[in-house]
Design a protein around this ligand. Structure first.
Ligand code: FAD
Length: 312
């Protein structure tokens, strides 16, 4: 199918983009990489009368590492951020996660900010923004504002962005030298949307766990973070029984059945991935404090049972 007819707008500045968005209101949609929006238009799941194409807008394609965050402009493609060495050194989790976002050809075009504005609970980058307690920078007819992620994600594909507002950047706060991170997901094929995915951040102070947080992919109805510190606080990183977090994790999840997996399987997978990523994030924190720097290895697919079968 082809999209319903629309008027294509090609603003050159943020101010022009916001002006058009203000004029067309609910009948307009921002077009960034188009990797989610164009399929939606082609299937006629939406038929906006106006597309505000921001690909020619100046000043939105920068990645900047500041003293307290990695700032990603609205035209930074997933692939660009994935390859950005300063961003990786500041927040290794970004590259670790971006490798799992779709397939390379989609990452070459899709934007990280677009993925966050799309607010799909099956998307990896909303989970990273939630885990890091990030911020979305917004421009609109009423001026600029910043939206903390817990106020940004309202539900599946639903955010607090007004129809006449443009997300100009997101900021992923730096987590500090005592906090390690990890990410793991399982999909039917690498690059497909995950059956379940988990990002973890564990802080180790004075040799014991002082904070542990998780966020999830494909098993909640809204992107958000879960603090599991109370289950593991004060324990030595290599002696923690991470299954103590299970009740908190299970209470947080809202998986659904679909043709790819049952809700029960997704919940079991998420719980197992939570153990794996928490343990790896704790080890990462210890390695960081020992001066080993960011580690490059990805998860091995060990110990995660396949649906209807024995452990892989
Ligand atoms: P667009 O498609 O242009 O826009 C998406 C939505 O966000 C639209 O509603 C648009 O109006 C809005 N929007 C975009 N930018 C802004 C902005 N700056 N301000 C306000 N609103 C904005 N994603 C994953 O996370 N994981 C996957 O495994 C995955 N697999 C995929 C597989 C396939 C086959 C395809 C086609 C896509 C997949 N994606 C996946 C989606 C991909 O990551 C998209 O790039 C991303 O979701 C949207 O980014 P975009 O720049 O393409 O946004």
């Amino acid at each position: 199918m082809k999209p319903a007819p629309f008027v294509h707008h090609a603003p050159r500045t943020v101010e022009e983009a916001v002006e058009v968005l203000g004029q067309v209101g609910h009948d307009g949609k921002v077009l960034a990489g188009g990797q989610s929006l164009i399929p939606i238009l082609n299937m006629r799941l939406a038929s906006p009368g106006h597309l505000v194409d921001i690909n020619g807008v100046a000043g939105l394609d920068e990645v900047a590492v500041t003293a307290d965050a990695v700032r990603v402009g609205a035209l930074v493609r997933h692939a660009r951020l994935e390859r950005d060495d300063p961003a990786y050194a500041a927040t290794p989790l970004l590259r670790r996660v971006l490798r799992h976002v779709a397939h390379p050809v989609i990452r070459n075009r899709g934007t990280t900010v677009g993925s966050i504005a799309h607010a799909d609970p099956a998307g990896e980058m909303p989970a990273v923004l939630a885990l890091t307690e990030g911020v979305v920078e917004v421009a609109g007819p009423r001026g600029r504002r910043e939206i903390p992620c817990h106020d940004f994600f309202l539900g599946a594909l639903e955010t607090s962005l007004a129809p006449d507002e443009l997300a100009v950047a997101v900021r992923f706060p730096l987590l500090g030298a005592h906090t390690g991170t990890a990410f793991a997901e399982r999909a039917r094929r690498h690059g497909d949307y995950a059956l379940a995915g988990v990002a973890a951040a564990v802080t180790v102070d004075d040799g014991v766990v002082s904070s542990a947080r998780l966020s999830f992919v494909s098993v909640t109805d809204v992107p958000g973070a879960l603090d599991v510190t109370e289950a593991v606080r004060g324990q030595e990183p290599d002696e923690v029984d991470w299954s103590a977090c299970d009740d908190l994790v299970r209470g947080h999840l809202a998986p659904e059945d679909d043709i790819h997996a049952t809700a029960e399987y997704r919940a079991m997978l998420a719980a197992r991935l939570a153990h794996l990523t928490l343990a790896e994030a704790a080890a990462d924190a210890v390695a960081l404090q020992a001066g080993s720097g960011p580690r490059h290895r990805e998860h091995e697919a060990v110990g995660v049972p396949r649906e209807g079968g024995p452990a892989a």
